[in-house]
Structure formats: C-alpha cells, structure tokens
Design a protein around this ligand. Sequence first.
Ligand code: PMT
Length: 422
Amino acid sequence: MLNGKNILLAITGGIAAYKTPDLVRALKKDGADVTCVLSQSGAKFVSELALQSVSGNRVYTDLFSLSAEHEMGHISLARACDLVIVAPATAATMAKMAQGIADNLVTTLLLATTKPILLAPAMNWAMWENPATQENVKTLSGRGAHMIGPVVGELACGEEGMGRMADIEDIVSAAESTLELSGPLKGLHATVTSGPTHEPIDPVRYIANRSSGKQGHAIAGALAGLGASVTLISGPTNMDAPEGVKLVNVTTADEMMAAVNSCGQTDIFVGAAAVSDWRTVDTEKQKIKKQGPGTVPELKLMQNPDILKTVATIGISGGISGGLSNSARPMLVIGFAAETENLVENARRKLAAKGCDWILANDVSNETDTFGGNNNQVHLITRSGVEEWPRMNKRELAQKLAQRIADAFLSNSGHASAGNVS
Ligand code: PMT
C-alpha cells in the first residue's frame, strides 16, 4: 500500500518514542521511504543513530543546522513527502500546532507542510482528557489532521487509562487510509466558475470585462487542496489550471452554462466568474465596417442565462442528456457580488434574488483593483449574518473560504444542509 510513498516521521518527546524504530521498520516493510525528524525531547527516548540505521536516511534534528539547510531547507523537507506522521504526538506539540506556533524543527515543519498529517497522540490519561487537549484535538481534526489513537492501556507513568500510543500496525494502516482519504472535503465534488466571458459582436470584437480569473482559480486550487475533486469552468484567462483540478475552457456565458450542466453531480458550487449579463442578439458574420462620420452601429442586446441563479434554484442538470428533470441542487451554492456602491445592502439583495446560500461581496470600484489585481476584500454574507474579512491576497482568501466550506460540512457531519450553516 505505501509503495513508493515518502513519509516524514516526526518524533516528539513522549516515552512511546522508544517504539519508533519499530514503526520505521513497519512503514518500510510496507514500501515507504521514511525520513525522521527528532525533537530535542524525543531524543531523550530514542537515539538519532538508531533511527538513521533503521530508516537508512539522515535524521533531522535542528532547525538552525546549516548543513541541513544546505542539503534541504525546512520548507522543502515539509513538502517533499506524501504524508507527515507525528508519533508520538505529545499534548504540547498538538497545542502548538493548534496555535500555529513554530518554535522548533518539528513544529516549523508541521506549520509549513501542505501534505496530510497523521497524529498518533500519547500521554497520561488526565492530560488527554483535559478540555484544553480535547479542544486542540477538535481544532486539528477540523483542519483536516487525521488521528490514530490513543488507546486504553497501561501508561508509562504506571497508571491505566486512555493515553497509550496506538499499536504500530494500526498506525501503519492509518497511514494507508490517510493517503487514500486526505482532506476534509475528500469525496465531495466542487464546481467553480472563473474569469470573464467574451460575448462576440462580430468575428473580431466582443463584450468582456477585466476579470483575470485569479480569484476563481485560487478557490478551485484551495478546494482541491482540501481533498475535493474540482471542476473549474473558466472563461478566457492567462491562468494555468491549479494542481489537481479539471479545467474546462469556455468563451461565452451560454457555453459556461452548458459546461456547468455537463459536470454532473456537484456538492459545492462557487460562482466566481464575471459572467456578462448581456450578449448581442445577432453576432455579425463579417467584421462590421465603419460607416460615415458620426454614424455608429447600434448593438441590440439580450439577457444571458443567469448561471448562479439557475444552479441555486433549479440545480445542475446532471449532464447534457440528464435534462432538467434530473437536476440536483448542490448542497452549498456560493456566489460573488461585484458592487461599486452600497456593498452589503446590494449583496444581501443579490443573495435573496439568486437563491444562493452564501455570497461574497467585493467592492470592484476602480481604486480597489479587485478586478485583475492580486488582493481582495470581501464581506461573507450568509442567511444569518455578515462577516467582514480583512483585505488579503486572493490565494489567502481562497484558502480561508475553502476552510470555511470544510467547517460547514464537518459541522453538519459532512453532509446535510451545509447551506444552513452560517
Ligand atoms: O477574476 P479576478 O480578476 O480575480 O476578479 C475576481 C472577481 C472580482 C471577478 C470576483 O471576485 C467576482 O466578484 N466575481 C463575480 C463578478 C460578477 O459578475 O458579479 P455580479 O454581481 O455581476 O454577479 C453576481 C453573481 O452571479 C456572481 O457569482 C456571478 O458569477 C453570477 N452570475 C452573474 C451573471 C450571470 N449571467 N450569471 C452568473 O452566474
């Protein structure tokens, strides 16, 4: 199962650390390549030499080791693996993780990694049951960390109770299933629209807007990063598809609507595209010629389909052959409101008019540089309230939104009516 997988094993300071050479052996037997990172207190229970001998790899111990930085910086180390296992995971390490504290090599790697994390806690039963630890466990699980154990048994301190590190073979099978099941949105399908649409006037001219696709593409990438399978339907942009995302390129609003209806069952829909509200009634087959001085052509416009409203009120038709009778509404439908005045008030109206669950209101006045720029500032409006988010980079905003979506699904036991979560 773990064939060819690179595992970073972080060993922190619990007595169960003495078992980690056996864990390394078991992971290697299952096909993994294991690199160990040993905290200073972990080193009191197991030697660097023992771990190096069983793993066959250099053991990393010091955040400020120049030779380690030379061979592999801590950021690369955090990313060069498929999975990070923390065994034993002490109460202190989990508390630091929950707070985002990076004060040694292990906690720095844990903060820097974008890979799935599996924690094998081990501690005294009272420390485990302490509400502070339980709160930290909940926080970390909510962010997508996987847990194995602890189990009930005789503890190092001589007491009995819940706190023993899980058995080696159980940690190995948890590693296998974590690699199959990584991310809180695993098993969910998200469809994201992004970029502008181009509505042709004649073979060389079109109606468009300044959307770059930066925001929509970042959202697609962030959702994929949390494990969702993502279809990104994009109008014309210069952006590449984010890693792990299926990209469908379209040009017009009509094509975008058809592509949305072709992407099948969807759990989460995010409409970040700046869809043109209108298109010309007739597209001229030939380039419109300039007429005499003072004479300009008249463009007759008609309404484009409202993709967000269709998805929120009718659903996604489940493929071109599906037809409307097979339409299913995604569990969570999120739109954007691009406004230049009365931001929250107008966005609230849009939320109701479009029938979506959440709307992100962004000010797109010229001076904000929201269209095309790298930063955005939004108000998240749900049926039950308004949250003002600070101005941030579009990638950060995408990650915050993706996490918010994951929290909504998790607090609804993964499914039913995430849209009602504020
Ligand atoms: O692409 P960037 O340069 O990164 O900029 C990001 C953005 C400003 C384009 C993005 O954050 C944003 O605000 N997208 C929505 C732009 C828009 O068209 O807003 P709207 O208020 O006109 O539309 C409201 C909602 O309805 C949007 O979710 C839109 O996708 C959707 N819509 C609108 C019209 C239409 N015919 N179909 C739709 O689905």
